[in-house]
Ligand binder design. Structure first.
Ligand SMILES: [Zn+2]
Length: 278
């Protein structure tokens, strides 16, 4: 081979490597995130809320897959509690939390879309101060403006829980009650980290231009004991991306540009939490 040919070949090779590095290689940043697209799976599965012909789980899958791409590009290892768009059996909440607790990602991130009164609108980021498997000290139950000492949670065979609390010196169970939340007065490290992650993502999402926070315009971060938050043994957050029961908001949430903005803001909030550069 002539010298000039050899040189040319090397230049071409180097260019290919540089292009590959720029566009395809994502240097691992050492953090693993498990994404949890709410509901969905096979045709017969629970699809979450259903409004104007749109299934919540479809929107959850869409946002999850855009977010997954962005996370991978930043070097995160992405796992799923249920793969978006992939036909498989319905993945129960127990199975989702079991998958998370087996893999122990650095963050568990659940994606949902809300449904409620017609004029409700806005996103919410949730975390739990109560971590069922990790910390049973200083637990209490809030019910409206009431507050009761919380005794224990028992997982039933059907995958649901029974909650026991103390009222007027007696142990009661929560059957028949709804809207109560179990909280922890002295949250464990994983719960504190969950709050930190939720605040970081909530703050980043407040920069979105097509949607506001649900409870407070700029700061819709709330505590709740959702199953996937209280049963996961690592920092975990759940994002309700907006209300599909609101006609205008549903249109905004279906818009591709907005979905991309949303995933970008979630990514930036996650980056901030992990101290990864945007
Ligand atoms: Zn949902």
């Amino acid at each position: 081979m002539r010298k000039t040919h050899k040189f040319l070949l090397m230049v071409i090779l180097a260019t290919i490597i540089i292009i590959y590095n720029i566009f395809f290689y994502n240097e691992p940043n050492g953090f693993t995130i498990m994404l949890d697209p709410g509901h969905g799976g096979v045709e017969s599965a629970d699809k979450g809320a259903h409004k104007e012909g749109i299934d919540e789980s479809d929107l959850n899958d869409k946002v999850t897959s855009i977010l997954a791409k962005k996370l991978k590009r930043k070097g995160y290892k992405v796992l799923y509690s249920r793969k978006p768009y992939k036909e498989e059996e319905e993945v129960s909440l127990s199975k989702r939390t079991k998958r998370a607790n087996e893999k122990m990602p650095d963050l568990f991130l659940s994606i949902h879309h809300d449904s409620g009164k017609k004029n409700n609108r806005g996103y919410t980021v949730y975390y739990s101060s109560y971590k069922h498997n990790l910390d049973s000290d200083d637990l209490y139950m809030t019910y409206g403006s009431e507050k009761y000492p919380f005794i224990r949670e028992e997982l039933n065979d059907d995958g649901n829980s029974s909650f026991y609390y103390e009222k007027d010196g007696e142990i009661k169970d929560s059957r028949g009650l709804s809207g109560f939340i179990i909280k922890d007065e002295s949250p464990c490290k994983e719960a504190k980290q969950s709050k930190k992650a939720a605040l970081s993502v909530g703050k980043s999402m407040s920069e979105l231009d097509y949607i506001y926070g649900f409870k407070k315009k700029n700061h819709s971060v709330l505590v709740n004991d959702f199953r996937v938050l209280r049963d996961t043994n690592m920092p975990s957050i759940l994002i309700e991306c907006g209300f599909i029961s609101n006609h205008e908001e549903l249109e905004n949430l279906q818009n591709k540009k907005n979905q991309n903005k949303l995933a970008q803001k979630i990514l930036e909030g996650v980056n901030k939490y992990f101290n990864v550069r945007n």
